[in-house]
Design a protein around this ligand. Structure first.
Ligand code: NAP
Length: 261
């Protein structure tokens, strides 16, 4: 029997890369899974990939998580189809790529990153609590995805790094207020994850990235999905407000071996 038999889960950004692996893990563990991408086209594409992988029964509905109306519409579907929700995975993210450095990034770009990563995650969590968790005896569990860049910044990603730091703080704040109500809120902070973006990466750069990692490898989406599943499951039932890093040991070093002197 799977660890999520009889459970209902919602995974935001479940339509590509890591999100697909999280959806697949939850389905294979017995959950009824709802997922969204930000647009009709990207969500449909993700649903087709899941079908190709033999991942059945996923309900896919486009939802820009920064838009209150679209969030309500997504939860209307969860209510109509499943009538309950047990697990929320806040995986969707605006990567804030291509903004240049802090002297070039525009206010609109900065706001967009925060609208998805911070406010979007909050809005979906609040809606899950009010519409489902607080009405159910068994309440629910929330898992956010932040990043090891919340602690150790990367270049030309000011808004992204700041948003991931804000997620870590929000996880602790939500855990504090929602814990007494029986709702757990935890977070997985990945480092490098293999995604479609690695397919166009210069192999020499990929090799150096791996050298940055004490374990000499980036995470697969499945590595992250395993941590998320643990944090969403009863196996972590006494944990809340935790940020669990999954980054092949990157954060435990002062500097990578190939530049160490
Ligand atoms: N990849 C890494 O190396 C890495 C490292 C550390 C942390 N992380 C974190 O791990 C998570 C997964 O990473 P990833 O690289 O797999 O993500 P990704 O490839 O960048 O995918 C982001 C997902 O979020 C969705 N999304 C973006 N804006 C949205 C919005 N406003 N409303 C709804 N959905 C929205 C995207 O949907 P569309 O397809 O519609 O755009 C997509 O499904 C993210 O939280 C990321 O920040 C990733």
């Amino acid at each position: 029997m799977g660890m999520f038999e009889g459970k209902v889960a919602l995974v935001t950004g479940g339509n590509r890369n890591t999100g697909l692996d999280i959806v697949e893990k939850f389905v294979r563990e017995g959950a009824k899974v709802f997922m969204c991408g930000s647009s009709e086209a990207s969500t449909a594409k993700g649903a087709a990939i899941l079908k190709e992988r033999g991942v059945e029964g996923v309900v896919a509905q486009a939802c820009d998580i920064s838009d209150a109306k679209q969030v309500e519409a997504l939860f209307d579907t969860v209510e109509r189809v499943a009538g309950r929700l047990d697990i929320l995975v806040n995986n969707a993210a605006n990567q804030g790529l291509g903004h240049g450095g802090p002297l070039e990034a525009t206010a609109a770009q900065f706001r967009e990153v925060f609208a998805t990563n911070v406010f979007g995650g909050f809005q979906v969590t609040q809606t899950a609590c009010n519409r489902f968790f607080m009405k159910q005896e068994t309440r629910g569990a929330v898992v956010f995805l932040s990043s090891n860049t919340a602690q150790r910044a990367i270049r030309c990603r000011t808004a992204y790094c700041a948003s991931k730091g804000a997620i870590n703080s929000m996880v602790r704040a939500l855990a504090l207020d929602l814990g007494p109500l029986g709702i757990r809120v935890n977070c997985c902070a990945p480092g490098y994850i293999y995604t479609e973006r690695w397919e166009t990466l210069d192999p020499a750069k990929a090799k150096r990235r791996r050298m940055n990692c004490p374990l000499r490898r980036e995470a697969k989406g499945a590595d992250i999905a395993n941590v998320v599943a643990f944090l969403a499951s009863d196996a972590s039932g006494n944990m809340t407000g935790e940020i669990v890093t999954c980054d092949a040991g990157c954060s435990c070093q002062h500097m990578p071996e190939d530049v160490d002197v």
